[in-house]
Design a protein around this ligand. Sequence first.
Ligand SMILES: C=C1C[C@]23C[C@@]1(O)CC[C@H]2[C@@]12CC[C@H](O)[C@@](C)(C(=O)O1)[C@H]2[C@@H]3C(=O)O
Ligand SMILES: O=C(O)CCC(=O)C(=O)O
Ligand SMILES: [Fe+2]
Length: 340
Amino acid sequence: MVVLSSATSMRTKKTKAVGIPVVDLSLDRSTVSELIVKACEDYGFFKVINHGVPSDTISRLEDEGVRFFDKEAGDKQRAGPATPFGYGLKNIGLNGDKGELEYLLLHTNPFSIAERSKSISNNPQNFSCAANDYVESVRELASEILELMAEGLWFPDKYVFSRLITDTQSDSVLRFNHYPTVKNREPCSYKDDDHRIGFGEHSDPQILTILRSNDVAGLEICLHDGFWVPVPPDPTQFYVIIGDALQVLTNGRFTSVRHRALANSSSRNSRMSIMYFAAPPVNTTIGPLHELVSPENPSLYKPFTWGDYKKAAYSLRLGDCRLDLFKLHPTNDQKFPLFS
Ligand SMILES: C=C1C[C@]23C[C@@]1(O)CC[C@H]2[C@@]12CC[C@H](O)[C@@](C)(C(=O)O1)[C@H]2[C@@H]3C(=O)O
Ligand SMILES: O=C(O)CCC(=O)C(=O)O
Ligand SMILES: [Fe+2]
C-alpha cells in the first residue's frame, strides 16, 4: 500500500517572526554561493537583491496584470477556464481545491503566450511582449541562481541544474495571482488556523520558483519545525522558492518549502503576485545526482520524468506531499492511503 501525507493531516501550526535569508547577488561569487546553499538547506527559501532584472520589465508586466484583473468578470472569463492554463477563479487545479483568489496561468512558450494573450488583453501584442521580456529576464535570474547553487555544492559541472530550465523545450510556467480584499464577516468554508486562505499550503513541484509581489502581505513559509513565518512583501526584489524537483536532484539536501498565501482581510489594496515556475522539458529524468549519493547518503528517491511527476501532481490535491510517491524508503508517518 502506498500512503501519502497531506497538509490537512498535520497538527495545527503556529506563526513566529523569523528573518528570511537575504542574498545580495552583487557580492563575490563564493560568498553568494555559500549563502544560497545555506538558505536552501535551512529554509528552501530566500530573497535576492541586486538581481539585475530591469524595473521597467517588472512594471510593464505588473501593469498588464492589473489591467486584466480590473476587467469585468465576464471579460476575464473569456480567458478561462484554467484547465490548467487560462483564467481561474477560486478553483485551484482540477481536484476541488479552493482559495480566495483569481489567477492567470500561462505556459512560457512564446507561441503559447501569443495565443493566450488574445483572450487576455485588448492589446495582445503588448501583453505578449511584456510577458516574454519578463520570462526571459527571470529565466536568466533563475539560471544564475542555479549555477551559484551548483558552485556552492562544489559540483564540477556548474550548469548541471541550469541547463534543465534553459532548454528551448522547458516546461516552465508563468502565474499571476490576485487576492481581492475579503471581509471577515462573509461566510467562508476554507479557513485554516482562523485565517482565510488565499492559496492553500503546498510545495511547488518544479525546480525553482521566482516570486515577485506588490506591496501587500499574505505569503507565509513553513519552517522545518512546523512554524509559519510571514514573508514581508517587497515589490523591488524577488523571492526564490525551492521546488520538489530540486529536492530530488539534491537527494534531500535542499528542501522544497511548504508555503501558503493568506487572503486579504485587513488591507485596502489587493495582493498580486507574479510567479515564474522553472521546469525542465517533460521527458527529462529527475533523480538524485550521483555527487550527492554515497553509502552514508543513499538515494532517497526513485528517478522519474518531469512528465510523470506532473501527472502525479495533477492527480492529487494541492496540499498532498506528492514526493512521497517517489520515495525509496517511505516512512509510516503518512496518514491517507492513496492507492492500495
Ligand atoms: C491542485 C493543484 C494545482 C496545481 C496542480 C495541483 O494538482 C497540485 C499542484 C498545484 C501547483 C502548485 C504550484 C503552481 O502554482 C502550479 C501551477 C503547479 O505547477 O503546481 C499549481 C497547479 C495548478 O494550479 O494548476
Ligand atoms: O501568491 C503567492 O504569494 C503564492 C502563490 C503560490 O504559492 C503559487 O502560485 O504556487
Ligand atoms: Fe507555490
